[in-house]
Design a protein around this ligand. Sequence first.
Ligand code: FAD
Length: 245
Amino acid sequence: MTDTSADDSVQFRDDVTVELIKHSAADSDVLWAARVSTAGEQSLAELTKDPERSKGLINFLMRDRHGSPFEHNSMTFFVSAPIFVFREFMRHRVGWSYNEESGRYRELEPVFYVPSTERKLVQQGRPGKYEFVHGSPEQHQSVVDAMEASYRQSYDAYQKMLAAGVAREVARATLPVGLFSSMYATCNARSLMHFLGLRTQHELAKVPSFPQREIEMVGERMEAEWAKLMPLTHAAFNGNGRIAP
Ligand SMILES: Cc1cc2nc3c(=O)[nH]c(=O)nc-3n(C[C@H](O)[C@H](O)[C@H](O)COP(=O)(O)OP(=O)(O)OC[C@H]3O[C@@H](n4cnc5c(N)ncnc54)[C@H](O)[C@@H]3O)c2cc1C
């Protein structure tokens, strides 16, 4: 959802954008890589000729954590999300390539994150053993009011510095981590599975993780795109407890 204020250009969003820009990714890539030792075998043909055998091989590779056959594919996503999501995202170093918009070479757009009413606001329990529950309508309103006022103030300060001739790379220091940024992120199925194992919560996960909801929103959208491209691999990931091979 995007809410543009009538009185200025500042936008508030409670969602994220994830688009699959390009891909070369199919279950047959896994089969080809796994069967390369069998000279001349055409795994694409095998996939349709004997789907059960293909499914079984992918499941075996996943279960026994033979990970490298899941690397011979590529997916490039365009992601637009708050900077605090990107800080978490870019901790994923292996099998990921990133390019992010520059705050030095262009003026940053006034697009900021505010949580939706569905976003659980209240943390209960002790560190390491807590859960999130819904806040009251009053708590949600106070979050929206505080964030919007703060965002407007910081973006106004940014604009004033730019108008006074200050460089973008200096003026941006006043902008908060709720500002939206955008990036291209390229991965393969193996690195995506590792990311999903850590950044999504799922009833089938053998090792539960407790990610921040906003990076999970990005992960869920990526997973939906990937599942369409590699349905057998996705099913084997779920069937083996969502542990990356
Ligand atoms: C719920 C949650 C809470 C978190 N909280 C914090 C926090 O409070 N503070 C914080 O700093 N981070 C935090 N993180 C980030 C976390 O520590 C990892 O940096 C992040 O999840 C990336 O995981 P990774 O290193 O496995 O991924 P990648 O960097 O993609 O690495 C993939 C795998 O490659 C191997 N590998 C990569 N680099 C090395 C290396 N240098 N040496 C040996 N093996 C390597 C490891 O097997 C690793 O699992 C949190 C993550 C999650 C999911």
